[in-house]
Write a protein that binds this ligand. Structure first.
Ligand code: SF4
Ligand code: SF4
Length: 198
């Protein structure tokens, strides 16, 4: 019937309007900002950089591989690789981002940077109260502004963060197991070399 959809929509609106006087579930609005709805796990806005430990810069997981920079469709990520290296979470020497900027005025929240990162170093934030009076510099976020602890990641995306932790712990265990024979071999070969020298 012509207009059936419109009538159904109006009936639903009326049901919610009158129902809201008697049933709390039909109150579909909240008094923001005093009241806030809990955000679903999948809510996402702009990316942030995850760090482990207490130091927001030394603990960054990012190794400046620049894959996210290359894959970002609107090219709003800018990375400058460091000239020196620092140990990553498994103790391997890695480069780090000397500069890591995201222009969030251009970011389209596609999450491709997160999908392509091989180090689980970048994740999507759900913060949305980000307005600024400085349209240019205010929306160009630096490495320091982007860094957030793993505990924050757990807070906003608990299931994904737990999955990532598990994956990283497995990778660390594998790396340690691989390093063990080398350590054992070097320990056993030490007395021989000492004997030879003496
Ligand atoms: S979410 Fe998409 S647009 Fe935004 S920085 Fe990541 S890849 Fe670029
Ligand atoms: S965030 Fe990930 S993909 Fe981007 S540079 Fe850092 S390690 Fe590479």
């Amino acid at each position: 019937m012509l207009g059936e959809g419109i009538l159904k929509g109006l009936a639903e609106t009326a049901r919610n309007f009158f129902g809201s006087f008697v049933s709390k579930e039909r109150l579909t609005t909240v008094q923001f900002p005093e009241e806030r709805l809990p955000q679903p796990e999948a809510a996402r806005n702009f990316p942030f950089l995850v760090y482990d430990g207490d130091d927001s810069q030394a603990g960054l997981r990012c190794v400046a591989c620049q894959i996210c920079e290359k894959e970002c469709p609107p090219k709003c990520i800018f990375i400058q690789k460091s000239s020196d290296k620092k140990p990553d979470y498994i103790g391997k020497q890695q480069f780090y981002p000397a500069v890591f900027n995201i222009d969030v005025s251009v970011c389209m929240s596609c999450q491709i940077c997160v999908e392509v990162c091989p180090f689980d170093a970048i994740e999507m934030d759900n913060a949305f109260e980000l307005s600024t009076t400085d349209r240019f510099r205010g929306l160009l976020w630096s490495r320091e502004q982007l860094a957030k602890p793993n505990s924050y990641f757990h807070n906003i995306h608990p299931a994904t963060a737990a999955e990532v932790d598990e994956r990283l712990a497995e990778a660390k265990a594998r790396a340690e197991a691989k390093a063990k024979p080398t350590v054992a071999a070097s320990t056993t070969s030490q007395p021989d070399s000492q004997t030879t020298t003496s």
